[in-house]
Write a protein that binds this ligand. Structure first.
Ligand code: 8IG
Length: 264
């Protein structure tokens, strides 16, 4: 019988062989708009295709390459996922959280989960980074298998959020709401998000955060608001504009991550 944790341990072993790095310390998952930030993190010592690691699904979206880098940053070995598997790809929740489980099996104690998302607060111009304070998981899924009642109080570590605000006191915080996607929300759905206390809408992160917590990792979540949420301006949402906003913000996001990671 192969559990998801066994499969992750196999992937971590293979990762160790391919990168020559026995143990990683901090995992980073780079979402939409964050990929170019990788160069600001440190010196890349190895790049592995997830196709060469057991358990990873083939990537499905332009701008989401299935690559993992080992990056040396000061005294730390970073395991950087250049893209992620989304629930809407249809490969199931096990695939979505396999990277985080692999990171845990590779020795990581912290997971930094980034994403691109829509923002409900009109003051958040596209290109604004927002710390995730908490989440609402509207996927109807859990990555946890069996009767394992994992506590999600302070899922998004207040210690790590505090550290981010030492780096940039202007960082706002918000509640991230994950929808299954891949369609964006209707204006009525954004009205619901507002009513239930959400500030950010996206298609990732919450399932990975839950799996990370189950695996004992400390979690930091940072969203890049790439667009105003549907119906909050007169404009329709466009995936190419989302990618362009990410490219334009990359240098700032790189500087932010580059300043935060050494303090973790
Ligand atoms: I980038 O407005 C990005 N991803 N659900 N809604 C949802 N996902 C997103 C959005 C958005 N922008």
């Amino acid at each position: 019988m192969s559990t998801p944790q066994h499969l992750a341990a196999e992937a971590a072993d293979r990762l160790g062989e391919l990168t020559g790095v026995d143990k990683h310390d901090v995992a980073l998952v780079l979402g939409s708009g964050w990929l170019p930030a990788v160069d600001a993190l440190g010196t890349s010592t190895a790049e592995v295709s997830t196709a060469d690691l057991p358990g990873f699904a083939a990537p499905a979206v332009a701008g989401h390459a299935g690559k993992v880098r080992s990056v040396r940053a000061g005294e730390q070995n970073l395991l950087v996922f250049l893209g992620r598997t989304h629930l809407y790809e249809g490969d199931g929740v096990r695939s979505v959280v396999h990277g985080v489980r692999t990171a845990a099996a590779a020795g990581c104690r912290v997971a930094v989960l980034t994403n691109g998302c829509g923002g409900l607060n009109p003051a958040w111009a596209p290109g604004t980074a927002v710390l995730i304070r908490d989440h609402i998981n509207l996927t109807g899924e859990s990555p946890i298998e069996g009767a394992h009642f994992v506590d999600l109080t302070d899922l998004y570590s207040s210690r790590l959020r505090g550290l981010c605000r030492e780096v940039d006191p202007a960082l706002d915080e918000g509640v991230y709401v994950q929808f299954p996607g891949p369609h964006y929300e209707t204006p009525a759905e954004i009205g619901m998000v507002r009513a239930i206390g959400g500030d950010l809408v996206g298609m990732s992160t919450t399932l990975e955060a839950i799996a990370a917590r189950e695996a004992g990792l400390e979690v930091l979540g940072i969203s890049l608001v790439t667009n105003h949420a549907a119906g909050t301006t007169g404009e329709p949402l466009d995936h190419d504009e989302v990618l362009e906003t990410g490219r334009a913000a990359a240098t700032r996001m790189g500087a932010l991550l580059g300043a935060i990671v050494p303090r973790i």
